[in-house]
Design a protein around this ligand. Structure first.
Ligand code: PLP
Length: 370
């Protein structure tokens, strides 16, 4: 007799957007501007692309099950030991494995509302309970509330810094205050997917990697955002050896593909690309802030590569109308932001197109509501 466990029946299947080519055909548009998934608008790291092409002739061979060269490059990049590194299919695999390792029915995980959509999914898959903490002033992570929510059954706390979808961040000082009171018998997962963008903004963000021996902390980072390799599925986790050993027990033996391993090594060395991506993001932010101010739209200052903006009309409706005009953003009603959208900072050309189409949509909606 086979059946799905009740807690897994409750999982909502993630619904990805339509492929761009299909949208183009459907809408009869020449160009789609995709600013929905916080991808790097400059494309992938060119060095990574070259390294991947070079290695394609070896695709008949299994990848190195230990991702040795990639871990060696990461170890050097981060100043940690190889034994402190887990690499996986995006940082999402690390989040999933942490949940499978340390959560189970009877235990709970603490995380904030209006944060990364993957936390509730992996907690649900593990059959654990959810303790969802409120944000402060509609947008800001309440670190103290996370501490207050911890009880005798709490195994894991998830924290994203900077946070998605708000783009807010807490400082190194705030983090250190929080960490001082963080219990020794709970695992802190610090999701730093946008770390490089916060650094590019000149923000004094904690480097989670420096704290992995102080408490039980897993820092997760990704190649999906500033490295421009979302399609490759590559991410990593940094923690003390005992935690990494647990995670390696659970992963598949060949979880990271050959292209991901060689592409990751090359991308890490492509410092120019990262620098350029940071500069383009800062310029794009500045332009979008100015335009939002002109339009009288309140926005949340961001430390990542996307902006949460209050458009003042129903999120779904603005999303749909922008889509008809070939601009894809993210509707935010699912996060309780019923009149906000989230837009990824694009190239300057994409940002200008987005603003022009947004103006058209807002004019239409204003006219209709008269
Ligand atoms: C995009 C994102 C990730 C990245 O996930 P990958 O599996 O590495 O692509 C992780 N955390 C947050 C908060 C994100 O927004």
């Amino acid at each position: 007799m086979f059946s799905l466990p009740e807690h897994i029946k409750k999982v909502h299947v993630y619904e990805p957007g339509k492929p761009e080519d299909e949208l183009k055909r459907e809408l009869g548009l020449r160009e789609i501007v995709k600013l929905a998934s916080n991808e790097n608008p400059l494309g992938p790291s060119p060095a990574a692309v070259r390294a991947i092409i070079e290695d394609l002739k070896n695709l008949n061979r299994y990848p190195d099950g230990n991702s040795y060269y990639l871990k060696r490059a990461l170890a050097k990049h981060l100043g940690v030991g190889i034994e402190n590194l887990f690499v996986g299919l995006g940082s999402n695999e690390a989040l999933d494995i942490i949940s499978r390792a340390y959560l189970r029915p009877g235990l709970n995980a603490v995380y904030s509302e209006k944060s990364f959509a993957v936390y509730p999914i992996v907690v649900q898959l593990a059959g654990a309970e959810h303790k969802v903490v409120k944000v402060k002033d509609n947008y800001y992570m309440d670190l103290k509330a996370h501490l207050d929510a911890i009880d005798e059954n709490t195994a894991v706390v998830f924290l994203a810094n900077p946070n998605n979808p708000t783009g807010t961040a807490f400082s190194r000082t705030e983090f250190e205050t929080f960490l001082k009171d963080f219990p020794d018998n709970v695992l802190l997962v610090l999701d730093e997917a946008y770390y490089e963008y916060a650094v590019g903004a000149g923000f004094d963000i904690e480097n989670g990697v420096e704290y992995i021996h102080e408490k039980n902390i897993v820092v997760t980072r990704t190649f999906s955002k500033i490295y421009g390799l979302a399609g490759l599925r590559l991410g990593y986790a940094v923690a003390k050896k005992e935690i990494i050993d647990d995670m390696n027990r659970i992963r598949q033996p060949f979880n990271v593909t050959r292209p991901a391993q060689v592409g990751g090594v090359a991308a890490l060395e492509d410092k120019m690309f990262i620098k350029h991506s940071q500069v383009v993001n800062e310029e794009g932010k500045k332009y979008l802030y100015e335009q939002f101010e002109k339009l009288g739209l309140p926005y949340v200052p961001t430390y990542a590569n996307f902006i949460l903006v209050k458009v003042g009309f129903p999120s779904r409706e603005v999303f749909k109308r922008l889509l008809q005009k070939g601009v894809i953003v993210r509707a935010m009603d699912g996060y309780g932001f019923n009149d906000h959208i989230r837009v990824t900072v694009g190239t300057m050309r994409e940002n200008i197109i987005f603003i022009n189409k947004l103006k058209e949509v807002l004019e239409e909606l204003k006219d209709e509501s008269l």
